[in-house]
Ligand binder design. Structure first.
Ligand SMILES: [Zn+2]
Length: 287
């Protein structure tokens, strides 16, 4: 079975209906109707294709076509889809796996946005304009005064994940299993009540983790700890390796005052690398 080949919309059942139909963004000239398996529940045709990688390749609308506007569209969930070439490791020995990047041949990059401190309408607008789905690792204590702010991102295709209730960056050092678990479960329950879905991914506050944390994450019902390979921070990109984005990178951002500048830095890097922003949960089959 070959890996992804550009333009091919193949169907592979291994990951089920949520991961079918090929990367749509760079298959100009093909039908815009993806092939879907019989009975697929995710029959949501490509919609606005991709999030800019195509534009970077020089695609222009036919003359006479109205220029696309930046107005956010009311959005159904647009599921990007893939021929899977990676499978999330299972919980082994009671320990959730830890992922920092995804070893994939697909030209994809994953955007994650943490905490939730600064809730600017501009961030909603930009994410819609760029058509970026993201994994939102939110902290209950940071969002509890206005949790509905994040509904707009959810409507655009992002998902809320678990970044604890209290954001204790020393939790690995200061807390034992029970206290870590309680801080995770509190966010699991809050996210379910507020956003209608139980998170499947956990990001440790500050990034530090341990086997005790891995055990608590698994016992809280989540599938993996997610760290990051690159950051958009203070209006620029910080790479742990090299000086550009690579396929499968997981990128960290925050809901900060610098959101627009950080997102601009990420977008420039994403377009330069020719990668499409896809939802990590879709790729992992844990949406
Ligand atoms: Zn954080």
């Amino acid at each position: 079975m070959p890996f992804f080949s550009p333009g091919r919309r193949a169907v592979l059942g291994a990951f089920g209906a949520s991961v079918v139909a090929g990367l749509s963004a760079c298959s100009a000239g093909e039908s815009t109707t993806p092939e879907l398996p019989p009975g697929s529940a995710s029959a949501s045709p490509a919609g606005p294709a991709g999030n800019g990688a195509m534009a970077a390749a020089g695609e222009v609308p036919p003359s006479g076509t109205p220029a696309p506007t930046a107005t956010p569209k009311p959005s159904k969930r647009i599921r990007r889809s893939f021929i899977p070439d990676y499978q999330l490791p299972p919980v082994v020995g009671g320990l959730a796996p830890v992922i920092t990047k995804i070893p994939t041949q697909h030209p994809v990059v994953f955007l994650t946005i943490d905490d939730g401190n600064i809730k600017s309408p501009e961030s909603v607008k930009l994410m819609a304009e760029y058509d970026y789905p993201a994994s939102l690792f939110l902290t209950k204590d940071t969002i509890a005064e206005n949790p509905a702010f994040f509904d707009a991102f959810k409507a655009q295709g992002s998902l809320v994940e678990n970044h604890t209730v209290t954001h204790n960056i020393n939790m690995v050092r200061q807390w034992g299993y029970q206290q870590q678990l309680a801080d995770m479960v509190g966010m699991q329950e809050y996210a379910l009540k507020q956003y209608g879905r139980r998170p499947t991914l956990f990001r440790p506050p500050g990034g530090a983790y341990s086997n005790v944390m891995r055990q608590a994450v698994a016992d809280a019902g989540m599938k993996a700890i997610v760290t990051w390979e690159a950051k958009a921070n203070a209006g620029k990109m910080d790479y742990q390796v090299g000086n550009s984005l690579r396929p499968g990178d997981i990128v960290l951002m925050h809901f900060r005052a610098e959101f627009a500048a950080d997102l601009a830095a990420f977008r420039a890097a994403q377009l330069a690398a020719g990668l499409e922003v896809v939802l990590l949960e879709d790729f992992l089959g844990v949406a």
